[in-house]
Design a protein around this ligand. Sequence first.
Ligand SMILES: *Cc1c(COP(=O)(O)O)cnc(C)c1O
Length: 337
Amino acid sequence: MTIEYPERIELANTPTPLQRLQRTSQQLGVELWIKRDDLTGCELSGNKVRKLEFLFARARELGVDTVITGGGEQSNHCRATAMAAARLGLRCRLLLRTIKPAVPPKLTANILLDKLAGADIRWIDHDQWKDRAALFAEEAAAVNAAGGSAYIIPEGGSNATGAWGYVRAAEELHNQLAELPSKATTVVYACGSGGTGAGLILGKKLLGAPFAVAGINVCDDRAYFVDAIGSICRDFIEQYKLELQIDETDIEIVDGHVGLGYAKSRPAELETIRDLCRREGIVLDPVYSGKAWHGMLQELATDRARFGERIVFVHTGGIFGLFAASEAFADILRART
Ligand SMILES: *Cc1c(COP(=O)(O)O)cnc(C)c1O
């Protein structure tokens, strides 16, 4: 079917390449491809840019002068939002979560980029983060009181509007896979706030695409994401008046790979990132894509056929997060191996 998309502002370099990883495929005994969504751009790179194309189009329709969003201190989503805002001549306010707001983290990696792009940063702690909806509204009220107008983008850009980004990515991938011999295929992605998963699942359904979609969660648990993704899908179907049915069986979440917790890495995960880089010249990030890739390898180690004959791993980006974790890598890079 032809999908009718809402307004979109072009921010991402698409279509992104779909590349076959020859040596890794051989090693794992499964046909492995990587969808290079880390190449959607440079400052504006990774999966969030696809969502922001639709979210900023909505902000423009509403005629606001400011966008407000938030996330973890090294949020890729916040950095991409700050950059997109700069590119489109809008202001950006960020609520960034950190352990001790009175002592903000160093000006590195994504934080450096947020600041370069001129974003206004308000540091909040983990407890305050639980009330983020109220804090976003508070920021919006402050913008209004100063004579401006604001559009609130949720964490990760993960809502019905943002989900269009990965509906479009699913269509792109569907077309790329149509060029290959047909095989049982699973699209594997890192799941952090659910928007990428929701978009991929909705896209697959709208297209009637033959591939399966499996998310590897990097925080929370399966129940949390079945709920979060289910709720984005329901909003999407209602808001855009679609004839679709999404239920729990459509939402595959591969749990058990969160490890030490969100944005915390075990040495084995960092070794996985190192080894892939040495074998293929591709860099994953420690918080999302590296953790998900590591989880995928664990799954394949117990069952090589776990994801079918062909896997498409979505490289969701996050390279700047690697620079925030440089100290953690020191140990595994010290030996001259
Ligand atoms: C945000 C992010 C994800 C997770 O995507 P969600 O849509 O939030 O689930 C995965 N990888 C990277 C690099 C990200 O920045």
